[in-house]
Design a protein around this ligand. Sequence first.
Ligand code: 26A
Length: 344
Amino acid sequence: MSFPLVALGNPLLDLQVDVEPSYLEKYSLKANDAILIEEKHLPIFKESLENPTVKSIAGGAAQNAARGAQYILPENSVVYFGSVGKDDYSKLLLEANQQAGVKSLYQFQDSYETGKCAALITGHNRSLVTDLAAANHFTPDHLQNPENWEFVQNAKFFYIGGFHLTVSPDAIYLLGQHAADENKDFSLNLSAPFIPEFFKDVLDKSITFANYVIGNETEAAAYAKSHGLETQDLKEIAKYIAKEPKVNSQKDRTVIITHGLEPTVAVTYSSESDSFVINEYPVHALESSKIQDTNGAGDAFAGGLLAGLVAGDSLESSIDKGQWLAKLSIQEVGPSFPYPKQSY
Ligand code: 26A
């Protein structure tokens, strides 16, 4: 069967630049974060374009993960939905997806430009400042267009970038309900601390559809805080998320939390036996001197993990594919992968 994996997210062009810590301070940005642009950040894009280190690279968290999954899976495995403008930026994104073998089913906007993300690099950290623009105008009817819905019906696995929670919750619920009705897999990434912090209700509802939830330690901490959990312990937070209400009772929920160079935590809750399976898996550590940048590392992890899960591998082996792909991606500029392809 072709195109088993359907991903939904915000297609963005990354303007990646090297900056000094003082530049981040000037705009009150954290070294490692992802935020939506505010008025006070507006000059950042012009300044990034004028920065001699600027590189324009295909980005958008779920789109990066889609390219990552396709890197490992057989041809014609991944479809990606998102909204873009009719401009040079979207051409660049389309080309990057084509090269990676991802089928782009973009919704094109007449009156908005393609979204962009300033990826401000200091050492091994990255601060992401996003202007969603056209990406913010995705609507569920684009999925329901019969030509596109065919891909939804044909898919067996869905991946939602958590960042899309700020855009079209209805599109997420539509795919979530479809997945639940048909007993398909539905995965969701927490994406950034501001998602659990400021989009709690949409997140809680989206998680009801999910049998895989993926995040990192800062997102888990933000989740714990917004849900009033007393604990900071990643396993305890993962257990809480795994046990949250679920629409499809036929599938257990697994929560996977990465933790930098510390082992990745995975917790599966079975409602049938009311019990948890808790495991930790080592990362593929890379010598620090070989790191190019960490922009897209988490997406690469998600992409490798998805590739494994879609292929029907065990959780352990799927997580290992995620670690492997993340290690490859941090040796490239931005959220990219090495070509010619390396094999796992
Ligand atoms: C809604 N926001 C803030 C975003 C993003 C985003 N992708 C979707 N929505 N903010 C940053 N990114 C992407 O994250 C990748 C790194 O994980 C960037 O485009 C970057 O490629």
